[in-house]
Design a protein around this ligand. Structure first.
Ligand SMILES: Cc1cc2nc3c(=O)[nH]c(=O)nc-3n(C[C@H](O)[C@H](O)[C@H](O)COP(=O)(O)O)c2cc1C
Length: 295
């Protein structure tokens, strides 16, 4: 059994990455029921009691372990951490900013911490702060990232060489080939986002799922949001942003997210997805995705 499976108490070391409003209790529970580790998202959450409700709704759907993501830049991240500890969440991922406050707090509460790192220095700092595992996320990944991030192929072995805690590879993994490649690079688990958008259980609108399935190997683009950037599907909207016609920040998060991700108005908001979209050719059940990956 891999150290990651042991840490999380799961059959397979496959974590479903946090994905804003689309990783709802149904998706999280489906991943955990299939033997992986589902994660609730709180990056855009504004109320700790809503986070508590999401945890409780997930518990009603599965008895298997599941976790949540804390986005350090969210001003309420510590409050959300306290709710997760109170609700008995076993492990959380920490991303989106400095984990200096969150790691010691969570450890004191007995919650395991998986720290996101996009470079070796950051991974070493997180380990020194007490992280139980590092999620090494390369630039292929969908969603928010910093600037000048190495690819998963380079980042994972570089981190593996420098830390003693287990490393989980994220970015560009969507099938058994990616899973085996991650293990060959020294990872002991994987975190997968984009592949889970194109699943039957995911609440994302069909239009979003279909764009993932139709995307080619060059079907995503990095959109500059100022302090960070987001990898998203190339659409008419992202072309307008690139041409300077539309302000990127006005079509990321908030109402634009609900409207484009869930309601399917794909030109009202950016649709985050990773380069692996180019290899996703069908909409499967969560169980089918996980079983093929670890087979
Ligand atoms: C739609 C979407 C939303 C995301 N939101 C978050 C988030 O809130 N917090 C986070 O840590 N990562 C977020 N991510 C990153 C994923 O959790 C995961 O690490 C990433 O998708 C892995 O790379 P892949 O897309 O190549 O599978 C998001 C990714 C996508 C595609």
């Amino acid at each position: 059994m891999s150290r990651v499976s042991e840490l999380l108490g799961v059959e397979y070391p496959v974590i479903q990455g946090a994905m804003g409003v689309i990783c709802n209790p149904e998706l999280v529970a489906a991943v955990s029921e299939a033997g992986g580790y589902g994660l609730l998202a709180t990056a855009f959450a504004t109320d700790a009691e809503v986070v508590r409700d999401q945890v409780r709704s997930t518990k009603e759907l599965t008895n298997k372990p599941f976790g949540a993501n804390l986005f350090a830049m969210n001003p309420k991240a510590l409050e959300f951490a306290a709710v997760m500890a109170d609700e008995g969440i076993g492990a959380v991922t920490v991303s989106g900013g400095s984990p200096k406050q969150l790691i010691p707090f969570l450890r004191e509460c007995g919650v395991k911490v998986l720290a996101l790192a996009a470079n070796v220095d950051y991974a070493c700092q997180a380990e020194a702060l007490g992280a139980d595992a590092i999620v090494a996320e390369g630039s292929e990944s969908g969603g928010v990232q910093g600037f000048g991030i190495p690819s998963t192929m380079v980042l994972v072995p570089a981190v593996v060489d420098k830390v003693k805690v287990p490393v989980i590879a994220a970015g560009g993994i969507g099938d058994s080939r990616g899973y085996r490649a991650a293990m060959a690079l020294g990872a002991e688990g994987v975190q997968v986002g984009t592949r889970f958008i194109a699943t039957k259980e995911c609440i994302a609108h069909e239009n979003y799922k279909n764009l993932v399935v139709q995307a080619s190997d060059v079907g995503t683009v990095l959109i500059n949001l100022g302090r960070f950037q987001v990898r998203a599907l190339r659409t008419a909207l992202t072309r307008r942003i690139e041409g300077g016609e539309t302000e990127a920040l006005s079509v990321f998060g908030g109402p634009a997210m609900e409207d484009s991700w869930i309601k399917g108005h794909v030109d009202s908001g950016v649709l985050p997805a990773g380069q692996i979209s180019g290899l996703v050719k069908d909409i499967l059940s969560v169980k089918e995705v996980i079983r093929e990956m670890v087979a």
